[in-house]
Design a protein around this ligand. Structure first.
Ligand SMILES: [Zn+2]
Length: 112
């Protein structure tokens, strides 16, 4: 979630209620912060704070949920891959290496 900007010392600007409330790091990763510059198409949250589209809690929540769904999917496909590999290893157990090599060569030839 976005944090609300607050004037933190004598050199930083006071909070401007006509702008998005988000506390933004200079250059994205800096340790110094400023208030988001956007002042158009602001939308209030349930507490009445105004946010631009990028820093609005609803957008951030939606974005996080999408990312989590994607990670879930990737995790599931990785797990499925590991299950296939484990099944393959189990199936090959006890089979002489030479025979496995022959099977592999035949398999690869069939793919071409
Ligand atoms: Zn903003």
């Amino acid at each position: 979630m976005s944090f609300i900007y607050k004037q933190h010392d004598d050199y930083s600007s006071p909070f401007d209620s006509s702008r998005c409330a988000a506390n933004v790091a200079w250059g994205g990763r800096s340790v110094s912060f400023h208030q988001c510059e956007r002042n158009k198409k602001l939308k209030p949250d349930q507490d009445g704070n105004l946010w631009c589209w990028q820093h609005h809690p609803d957008y951030i929540k939606e974005k996080r949920e999408k990312e989590e769904a994607k990670w879930e999917q990737e995790k599931e496909s990785q797990n499925a891959k590991w299950r296939r590999q484990r099944a393959m290893r189990n199936a090959c157990e006890g089979v002489p290496t030479e025979m496995l090599e022959t099977i592999k060569v035949k398999y690869l030839l069939n793919l071409r």
